[in-house]
Design a protein around this ligand. Structure first.
Ligand SMILES: [Zn+2]
Length: 444
């Protein structure tokens, strides 16, 4: 089955002014100005009113947090206080609630044009030992391409960490589950829909030993590693006190300073540290909304990219963003980076970070671009809402005028959003389920 996405209003690809042709799950041809597809097609999608871009790639999230958005007790707090308030609610997370919350986040991502998302799930209270299995099931139901990272916490308050005992697990249990999940779900083939990565939560919630053993396990199975690092000044102080060094030195000591690692936030680095990170080819997930809401600091995107880091954008968890709209997050990244870098940063850089940069951070070469041989992960936006009236450059308009919802989204060549609606999820019914899940978690 060949489909021509025909004559787009604008497209984020070279030599594709007349669109592109997909066959099954892949892009097979770019159609340059004045040209027609070189072979007969079976279907045509008229894209005259659409801005066509590669599906966006979000590299860091916590899906379960859709259950604690704008949470009263955590408002107006910085990271450590915010976390200690929320752990008390998150310890009540159940398999049913995680399933519903994950679907909510994935659906919201898809509606915003995001086709690949990495989630970082690190809360494993008793009864939720199979959290990642539940997320795999939800991802298959929604159809979004997923990197599910097996998070962990094993350093509770009694050992000098931040989380309470109720949400941590023993190291042996964590490592055994990591290995089980890799064997069961990790797919390293071209076009993979589900991948597993290993993701101890943060320096202040895991032991040094689990960081070291995770690196060994990741190398053994050739999977990627992910963690929060250098998010706040408080974390710098914690590392100096607990480990006698700054977070980056700690990362190097535990065997993580390499191109298999991508970091969430990555804010508080010196110039010299950025050079070391760039030389190692580390990926970074910039989470601008979260960083602003929690007053964590400003990620230095242009400097990180110049140093050689793979820069990407991520929505971060829904208790610190509190939306899961990847296109809105690109706008936030644009504004925050523009404030620092002026004309050294354009909307094109942000679109690159949100697509190709995300793919690179996740170690993927099959997504993130509209090019022959890549996966047919495509987002199409109409500029017919009021905020676009008078817009000149359609690609810039997506970012600067503030696009929020895609008109059509396909993953692996399959249309999942049409006319701005989810084809395979009854959102009204799902909203009721989400409401029940939220109420049950708060009631405990
Ligand atoms: Zn996070």
């Amino acid at each position: 089955m060949k489909t021509w996405i025909k004559n787009p209003l604008a497209i984020l690809a070279q030599q594709a002014e007349n669109g592109l042709v997909i066959e099954d799950d892949k892009i097979i041809e770019l159609v340059a100005r004045g040209n027609q597809p070189s072979m007969a097609v079976d279907a045509v999608i008229d894209a005259r009113e659409h801005v066509v871009i590669p599906g966006l790639v979000s590299t860091h999230h916590h899906y379960y947090q859709t259950l604690t958005r704008a949470f009263n007790d955590s408002l107006d707090k910085e990271l450590f206080d915010w976390l200690t308030t929320l752990y008390k609610v998150w310890q009540n997370l159940t398999p049913e609630n995680l399933h519903v919350a994950s679907k909510t986040a994935m659906a919201e991502l898809l509606l915003s044009g995001c086709t690949t998302s990495a989630d970082h799930h690190y809360v494993f209270p008793r009864g939720l030992e199979n959290a990642i299995d539940i997320q795999v099931e939800a991802a298959r139901e929604i159809g979004i391409r997923s990197v599910l990272t097996r998070g962990s916490m094993n350093l509770s308050q009694k050992d000098g960490g931040l989380p309470p005992d109720s949400v941590v697990q023993d190291e042996d249990v964590i490592l055994a589950d990591c290995e089980r999940l890799i064997h069961k779900y990790h797919d390293d083939s071209d076009g993979a829909m589900i991948q597993i990565a290993l993701a101890p939560c943060s320096p202040f919630s895991v032991s040094k030993s689990i960081m070291e053993h995770t690196a060994i396990l990741a190398k053994k199975h050739n999977v990627r590693m992910h963690t929060h690092l250098s998010e706040t000044e408080d974390e710098n102080q914690f590392c100096l006190k607990m480990f006698g060094c700054r977070p980056l030195d700690y990362l190097e000591q535990v065997g993580w300073l390499n191109d298999k690692t991508w970091l969430a936030h990555a804010i508080h680095y010196t110039d010299e540290e950025l050079v070391r990170l760039g030389r190692a080819g580390v990926g970074m997930g910039h989470c601008p909304s979260s960083n602003m809401i929690l007053s964590s600091g400003m990620f230095r995107g242009v400097a990180a990219e110049r140093a050689g880091c793979k820069v990407s954008i991520a929505v971060d968890g829904s208790a610190s963003n509190d939306h899961s709209n990847m296109m809105l997050e690109l706008r936030q990244a644009f504004l925050l980076q523009r404030l620092q870098y002026s004309s050294a940063l354009s909307h094109n850089d942000i679109l690159r970070w949100g697509t190709k940069g995300g793919a690179a951070a996740l170690g993927r070469t099959d997504i993130g671009e509209l090019a022959v041989g890549k996966q047919a992960d495509i987002a199409m936006f109409k500029l017919d809402e009021i905020q676009f009236m008078g817009a000149d450059n359609p690609l810039a308009a997506l970012i600067i005028c503030g696009a929020t919802r895609a008109d059509k989204v396909m993953v692996k060549g399959k249309l999942l959003i049409d006319n701005g609606q989810l084809i395979y999820l009854d959102l009204a019914k799902h909203a009721q389920e989400h409401k029940r899940a939220q109420a049950s978690m708060r009631a405990k």
